[in-house]
Design a protein around this ligand. Structure first.
Ligand code: ADP
Ligand code: MG
Length: 270
């Protein structure tokens, strides 16, 4: 079947802070009834301002958080009903790339050790020699000099670190990579390089992406299908061209205009 991941009517409630105890409701919904489908080799973009529930939703579909209600299906099976082995298969096949790759790399280990770690965890037939060869090959694919393997996370640039994060995710040959604001901390020109790299690698490996960003122009650049989120709800969704060129809601129109302002800000900030 061509659907890898499916989320149905996801709701996630958090308890309100003490100061907000007198609000009418004790809980607030960070994600409020969202459904989505991740198809093989496709990119689904999720866009919305900070706090709209994007990260919470993505962590739920990747198994890092439990929803308050709703169901996540991996190849048609409710992930709560998977055997331990199948659940591990799900976790290996749904990888994440976050905004700050230097945070997710261990600073006291070399890049080599950082890349070996997930392979040790997930690969049943782990052979170090074989793994090192695969690593060097993958580094070439993400356009890094294998000499970088001897460096530490603190010694490399943001762009290099993001390429390492992509290589680390891809080494596990995942079916889905969830990119949560994965280019947002980078300069404009590096953002474009990473986005092009993601598209190139998708062509080669057929990986599906869930691409999350507050920047609708980055989302549009890589996505086949776009969902616009606000206050935990999906405001608008459809094929990327439709959402970008024929936005239905004023909020989407605002995201489109403000995305260009962000671009200018970046240029001035450099
Ligand atoms: P986004 O990724 O779109 O910026 P998030 O999913 O991170 O949004 O957050 C959505 C809302 O949920 C925010 O108001 C955030 O403060 C709140 N939130 C996220 N995680 C928690 C948590 N663990 N406890 C309480 N509130 C949370
Ligand atoms: Mg977020």
């Amino acid at each position: 079947m061509n659907t890898i991941l499916e989320a149905e009517q996801i709701i996630k409630e958090f308890k309100l802070d003490k100061e907000r105890l007198f609000a009418k409701r004790m809980n607030f919904r960070a994600v409020d009834g969202v459904s989505l489908r991740v198809k093989k080799g496709e990119t689904i973009g999720v866009v919305g301002e900070s706090g709209s529930g994007k990260s919470t939703l993505s962590e739920i579909i990747g198994g890092l958080q439990q929803p308050t209600s709703g169901t996540v299906f991996y190849h048609g099976k409710d992930i709560r009903t998977l055997t331990k082995e199948k659940y591990q298969d799900f976790r290996r096949n749904v990888q994440f790339i976050f905004q700050s790759p230097t945070d997710s790399l261990h600073p006291f280990y070399s890049i080599r050790e950082n890349l070996l770690e997930p392979l040790r965890i997930y690969k049943k037939d782990f052979h170090k020699k074989q793994a090192l060869m695969e690593m060097e090959e993958m580094l070439m694919k993400v356009k890094l000099d294998p000499a970088i393997l001897n460096k530490y996370a603190s010694e490399i640039s943001g762009g290099q670190a993001q390429r390492i994060a992509i290589a680390r995710a891809l080494l596990l040959k995942p079916q889905v990579i969830i990119c949560d604001e994965c280019v947002s901390a980078l300069d404009m020109s590096v953002q474009m390089e990473i986005l092009d790299l993601l598209l190139e690698l998708q062509e080669e490996f057929g990986t599906s992406y869930v691409f999350i960003s507050h920047d609708i122009s980055a989302v549009n650049y890589v996505s086949d299908y776009v969902m616009v989120m606000r206050n935990g709800k999906v405001l608008e969704e459809g094929p990327a061209e439709q959402v970008l060129y024929h936005p239905q809601s004023d909020y989407t129109k605002l995201l489109i205009t403000s995305s260009y302002i962000t671009e200018e800000d970046e240029v001035y900030a450099m």
